[in-house]
Ligand binder design. Structure first.
Ligand code: HPA
Length: 273
């Protein structure tokens, strides 16, 4: 079996047959940031299915493409479609594209997601900058042999989300007159939403929002010393004492409402980076 590093190099070698781009910023488009693609001057688009060792997305609302282009004067690589544990992937597989980004030259990662809000001050459609996370996925992308070419065996996690990027994003939000929260994201495997008892538990252990992605990619990014900015859209209110049933349509509708704000914020951050 080839090593993770060899697999990553094979994926990069294929990408290099298509583009010589030198992106320094990687963007993972979660639910609610898809519209950012319209602001990218696209140079190349590569289907995940054609890249060696790349997982293939099974979620219908996500497309599976790696996009190369420029936005706000930066050369970027954009993941249109990401991988979740509930699809059957391991955390290491979900983080594989981040490994590829690193070997392409990416130093800063911007990652977005949809999540449920448990902090009673948060409302559906609000945007939260991720300040910290809790990994309850039951998996970790770093399990297995460590390759020192990626990073250390026991990477530090005292600042998973760059305080510098967080401050910048808050300044950008202020200049755009956008309300943003700052808080803790807890990742669970899903795919079911949580019970009332689980929301109560997750809130009690210190989380403001809950979702099913992002943490594998962020752990791998920090393993490789990339700076991370994480942004969440609150798509449903998860207050255990007044919990309402949630439908996927409602989640997607809330994400669509917040999308222009999220897109404007990321564009402003990129313009000031
Ligand atoms: N729980 C977990 N993941 C989610 C939720 C939720 O309530 N909403 C959107 N993603």
């Amino acid at each position: 079996m080839t090593s993770l590093f060899d697999q990553t190099q094979a994926a990069v070698a294929h990408i290099r047959t298509v583009t010589a781009a030198q992106p320094t910023i990687g963007i993972i488009l979660g639910t609610g940031l898809g519209g950012l693609v319209d602001h990218v001057d696209v140079e190349h688009s590569i289907d995940y299915a054609t890249i060696p060792h790349f997982p293939v997305s099974t979620v219908e609302s996500h497309k599976g493409r790696l996009i190369f282009g420029t936005i706000g004067g930066h050369s970027v690589v954009v993941m249109q479609g990401r991988f979740h544990l509930y699809e059957g992937y391991s955390a290491a597989q979900a983080a594989f594209p981040v490994r590829v980004m690193k070997l392409l030259g990416v130093r800063t990662m911007i990652v977005s997601n949809a999540c449920g809000g448990m902090n009673p001050l948060f409302r559906r459609g609000d945007v939260m900058l991720i300040d910290d996370h809790i990994n309850l996925l039951g998996d970790n992308p770093l399990i297995g042999p460590n390759d020192d070419r990626f990073g250390p065996r026991f990477p530090d996690m005292s600042e998973p989300y760059s305080q510098h990027l967080l401050s910048l994003a808050e300044r950008c939000a202020l200049s755009l007159k956008l309300k943003v929260h700052r808080g803790v994201y807890v990742a669970v495997a899903g795919p079911n939403l949580e019970t009332r008892a689980e929301y109560r538990f997750l809130r009690t252990i210190g989380a403001d929002v809950v979702g099913m992605s992002t943490v594998p990619e962020v752990i791998a990014a920090r393993h490789m010393n990339m700076d991370v900015l994480g942004i969440s859209i609150i798509t449903d209110e998860c207050f255990p004492d007044s919990l309402q049933p949630v439908r996927l349509e409602d989640v997607l509708a809330a994400a669509a409402i917040a999308e222009p704000n999220m897109t404007a914020l990321v564009r402003e951050v990129l313009a000031n980076l």
